[in-house]
Design a protein around this ligand. Structure first.
Ligand SMILES: [Zn+2]
Length: 321
C-alpha cells in the first residue's frame, strides 16, 4: 500500500482536511501506510493519544509521535493551518509571501506565518538529491541590492554573488542548483561544480579563468568565450541561454513575490526557487514533501534546527511557530 494521495483542488482539500482529526489521520496514514508497527518491538497494535499526537504500542507501551521527522513536530500552530500553508505554498505558482499567508489563514501575528514559511522551506532541500548529469550550464550573477534613489533611497546596495547550474534538456532546462558564494575564485567555483554535478558531465561556462581547472577535476569543460560568439555574429546572451533564463526568472521572483530579500536569508529563498523550478510540473507532489511526510530522513530535533545556525532557525525557535 502506498502513501495516501494528496488533494488536487481547493474543494477536495477542504473536504479532506476539515479539522484537526482529519489532519492527524492523514499524518498517521503517511507515517504507517501499511498500518502501525512499533519501531521498538514490531507489534502492530497501538492506541492513539490524539491530543498529544502520540501513538502508544499496546505491547511494550513505546510512544511514537506521528509528527516526528516532519516540520510539524512540537508545533503549537493547529495542524489544519499547517496543511493549508503547505497547500498554498506548493500549489501557488510564484509562491506566497509571509504577509499573504498571514491574511489567508487569518493569523494574528506576522511572525507565525513567517516562521511557518521558513520551516516549510527547510524541507525543500532533499539531502539525498542526485547531482546534475549530462550537459550542464554554469554561470554566476549578482542578486539583490537596491538601486540608489529607489524605495526611500536609504538602502545600501548590498549584492550577493550567486552561482547557478542548469541541466540541459533538449532546447529546455532540466533540474537546477543554486548557491550563494563568497567570491568568484577558482576554488569556490570549482567546489560548487564538484558538489552539484556528477563527474564526467559536460560543463559549459563562460571564458572566465576560474573554471579552467574543471578539466583536471574530471569534467568535460566547454568554456565559451563571448568574443568568439561576437565574431560569429551571435548574441552573447546565447552562450549560456538556460542559465541566463533561470537567473532572470530568479531576479523577477525575488522582487515580485517577496519584494526583495535580505542577504541573510538569500540561500533559503534560492532553495525555495530551486524546489519550485525542479517540481514545476508536479506541484501537488510537493505538498507532502514540504510537510516532511514519508521522508526517509530521521526525525529532525529542535536542537538540530538550532544547530544549523542561520537566523531563520533562531527566529523559528523564538516564535515557536
Ligand atoms: Zn512496542
Amino acid at each position: 500500500m502506498a502513501r495516501p494521495d494528496f488533494p488536487r483542488t481547493i474543494i477536495e482539500f477542504q473536504h479532506r482536511f476539515p479539522d484537526e482529526d482529519a489532519c492527524r489521520q492523514y499524518l498517521f496514514e503517511s507515517r504507517w501506510p501499511e498500518g502501525f508497527r512499533c519501531p521498538r518491538c514490531g507489534s502492530e497494535a497501538a492506541t492513539g493519544l490524539p491530543r498529544r499526537l502520540l501513538w502508544q504500542c499496546s505491547a511494550c507501551r513505546y510512544q511514537v509521535s506521528v509528527t516526528a521527522g516532519t516540520v510539524l513536530h512540537r508545533t503549537r500552530t493547529p495542524l489544519h493551518l499547517w496543511f493549508w500553508a503547505a497547500y498554498l505554498v506548493t500549489t501557488g505558482t510564484p509562491g506566497i509571501s509571509a504577509l499573504q499567508l498571514q491574511r489567508q489563514l487569518g493569523l494574528k501575528r506576522y511572525e507565525t506565518s513567517w516562521t511557518m514559511l521558513h520551516k516549510l522551506r527547510r524541507a525543500m532541500v532533499n539531502p539525498e538529491r542526485e547531482p546534475l548529469t549530462g550537459v550542464v550550464e554554469v554561470d554566476e550573477c549578482f542578486v539583490g541590492g537596491h538601486e540608489p534613489g529607489l524605495r526611500g533611497g536609504r538602502q545600501q546596495g548590498i549584492k550577493a554573488l550567486v552561482i547557478v547550474a542548469v541541466e540541459v534538456r533538449g532546447a529546455g532546462s532540466g533540474p537546477i542548483r543554486m548557491q550563494v558564494i563568497d567570491d568568484a575564485s577558482a576554488g569556490t567555483l570549482c567546489d560548487f561544480v564538484a558538489e552539484s554535478i556528477a563527474a564526467g558531465a559536460t560543463v559549459r561556462t563562460d571564458g572566465s579563468s576560474g573554471y579552467k581547472r574543471l578539466a583536471l577535476l574530471g569534467f568535460d569543460h566547454q568554456p565559451r568565450s563571448q568574443r568568439a560568439h561576437h565574431l560569429l555574429g551571435e548574441d552573447p546572451d546565447e552562450i549560456l541561454p538556460r542559465a541566463h533564463r533561470v537567473i532572470s526568472h530568479l531576479k523577477a521572483w525575488l522582487q515580485g513575490t517577496h519584494r526583495g530579500v535580505s542577504e541573510e536569508y538569500l540561500q533559503v529563498y534560492l532553495d525555495e526557487f530551486t524546489f519550485r523550478f525542479n517540481r514545476r510540473r508536479t506541484p501537488m507532489a510537493a505538498f507532502q514533501r514540504v510537510l516532511g511526510l514519508g521522508s526517509q530522513q530521521g526525525p529532525t530535533t529542535h536542537e538540530e534546527i538550532l544547530a544549523e545556525g542561520p537566523g531563520a532557525a533562531r527566529r523559528a525557535a523564538e516564535f515557536n511557530g
